[in-house]
Design a protein. Structure first.
Length: 309
């Protein structure tokens, strides 16, 4: 039980008990310490008061749900992509007041699927997909699985609802959500170009906040090359293995190409397709980019399956 009870700083790992309306409720020091010593729940178990006002007595049932919520938050802290559901009770209005009184938010908490995102960014990005009660599963990571394109396609498989996250240089991070599948051609010497609803996302670097970048329906095309094929740009001498958004994002991009690593990319968005507030630079052709430059090698690309439930 030691590792379970131990606090994050490796210190105290005992059990704390408080009496609420005549009933004893216990939790671990580790659960409380994650909240900080100034948190009202920590103070409640320490017998302290908050400011000059004692903590209002809470129904035992609600108090136990608050404590359990805190416990589940700690238990999933190191589980990327996990979801911590907020507590429920018959009187949700009062429960919300009780949860917030103890310094917690009455909302589902989505653990970042990767170090690439914060909790807040994860929630904003998943909300953009409009998938109810979304759950996230990592399918492919270039740092984990290598940069081979065929490996990426195999890892993704036939999953539908694909969230691409790209870290260019820690400052510039962006993504794309495809409401569909990757569909490589049956013939490995050919390519497959098909329609699939999708949009881009600026996470950081080019907007002051996480921003959805919708693109016109006429540009919502995905193009996937077979194992022994490549996709050639129509106006330049370079090739890649996959394009998203009518060429707004290229993977395995190279000149003459294709490159042998999916992290070799080109990313650009027409000025008229960028939402207001863009902070980046425009090229001579009036294109912006969600990276720091149009052609680049990303530090990471990861693909997640987003589904309901």
């Amino acid at each position: 039980m030691g590792p379970f009870l131990r606090a994050d700083d490796g210190g105290a790992h005992g059990v704390k008990t408080v009496t609420v309306l005549g009933k004893k409720v216990s939790t671990t020091e580790a659960t409380l310490s994650q909240l900080g010593t100034d948190n009202p729940l920590y103070k409640r178990f320490s017998g302290e008061i908050v400011g000059d006002v004692p903590i209002r007595q809470t129904a035992v049932e609600h108090f136990m749900k608050v404590v359990d919520f805190a416990r589940r938050l700690r238990a999933t802290k190191n589980r990327p992509g996990s979801v911590v559901k907020h507590p429920i009770a018959r009187n949700m209005t009062q429960l919300k007041k009780d949860v917030e009184m103890y310094g917690l938010k009455m909302q589902d908490i989505y653990r970042p699927p990767a170090p690439l995102l914060s909790i807040e960014e994860t929630q904003e990005v998943l909300a953009m997909t409009e998938i109810p009660n979304p759950s996230v599963k990592l399918l492919y990571s270039a740092t984990r699985d290598g940069g081979d394109f065929v490996t990426m396609v195999d890892k993704v498989g036939d999953a539908s609802g694909l969230l691409f996250l790209v870290n260019h240089n820690d400052i510039h991070r962006f993504g794309c959500f495809i409401d569909g599948q990757l569909k490589p051609p049956a013939d490995p010497t050919q390519t497959n170009r098909y329609r699939a609803p999708h949009f881009f996302i600026s996470i950081s670097g080019d907007y002051g906040k996480v921003t959805k970048v919708p693109i016109p329906e006429t540009k919502q095309w995905v193009h996937v090359a077979g194992r022994d094929a490549s996709i050639k740009a129509g106006n330049e001498d370079y090739r890649g293995k996959m394009t998203i958004g009518y060429g707004y994002l290229w993977l395995c991009d190279g000149s003459p190409g294709p490159a042998d690593d999916v992290r070799s990319m080109t990313q650009g968005v027409k000025k008229e397709d960028l939402p207001a507030g863009y902070l980046g630079q425009f090229s001579t052709h009036c294109n912006g980019t969600l990276a720091s430059e149009r052609n680049f090698t990303a530090k990471e690309i990861a693909i997640y399956h987003v589904k309901s439930g």
